[in-house]
Write a protein that binds this ligand. Structure first.
Ligand SMILES: [Zn+2]
Length: 259
């Protein structure tokens, strides 16, 4: 593992989370604010594009996703630098391998699960909580999530740190948990992509709102993981759950916004 990391250190600088966290007062202090483009692909799937043009795909459940527009189910259209997978359940991981094979992108997720994919070493970027990967002009931090992952690995979330010092947090599937206070303390997420669909497996809108109120101070909240299947919260229920919070930005599947 160590040799593998060293071998690819030229292209992908992997550090051990020694990057100093930004104090809240320093947000954007590295220079002018640069755009972060967020496209919701339905459910927990997003494509994030940095100001430097780095494309990062998160939780690519597309070809079998009832809420993904047909044109976005065509896997050959995706040319990301990296594919981040929060855990191995098919509603997050379904198309990760196929897109990695067609695009040559690296896959960043829990080490044990990444190792099951049979990808070339240069694409198999297994990690774990606390791990950090450099992808183009974006730094990806792996943070905990409270869920399960089967087969293999463990559930995680991701914090993406951009060149202007701003950060985006994709929660993965989780309930709110106390260590979110550390995610706020260390990374101060400016944009949060937050699970809000409820049902049997994850938190619903009320707990999502509680999570934000208790732990975070983002400028933008993008709800996800709702409306995909029967039993998950509807858009109306998500909006109602956030009670008119002006930071809530509800996207439609396929829609992009730049923050
Ligand atoms: Zn899920």
């Amino acid at each position: 593992m160590f040799n593998r990391l060293v071998r690819f250190a030229g292209a992908i600088a992997v550090t051990s989370s020694l990057l100093s966290p930004l104090p809240a007062s320093a947000q954007g202090a590295r220079g002018a604010r640069t755009p972060i483009k967020v496209q919701w692909l339905g459910h927990a799937a997003f494509e994030i594009t940095s100001a430097g043009g780095t494309r990062i795909l998160i939780d690519p459940f597309l070809s079998g996703n009832p809420s993904t527009p047909d044109s976005l189910k065509v896997l050959s259209r995706y040319k990301p630098a990296a594919i981040l997978v929060s855990h191995s359940h098919s509603d997050h991981a379904l198309d990760a391998k196929a897109i990695a094979v067609s695009s040559g992108a690296m896959v960043i997720s829990a080490y044990e699960w990444v190792n099951t994919l049979g990808l070339p070493e240069k694409q198999a970027m297994g990690g774990n909580v606390g791990g950090t990967f450099k992808v183009g002009d974006v730094t990806v931090h792996i943070v905990p999530a409270m869920h399960s992952s089967d087969p293999g690995g463990r559930p995680v979330g991701f914090v993406l740190e951009f060149a202007d010092g701003r950060t985006l947090y994709h929660t993965g599937d989780t309930w709110l948990f106390g260590d979110m206070a550390l995610i706020q303390e260390m990374y101060h997420p400016n944009v949060i992509l937050i699970g809000a669909g409820g049902g049997p497996y994850t938190q619903g809108p009320a707990d999502s709102r509680r999570e934000i109120a208790k732990y975070f101070t983002p400028q933008v909240i993008v709800p996800m993981h709702y409306g995909t299947f029967p039993g998950l919260a509807t858009e109306a229920q998500v909006r109602a759950g956030f009670g008119g919070d002006k930071r809530l930005q509800v996207l439609q599947p396929g829609e992009s916004r730049t923050f």
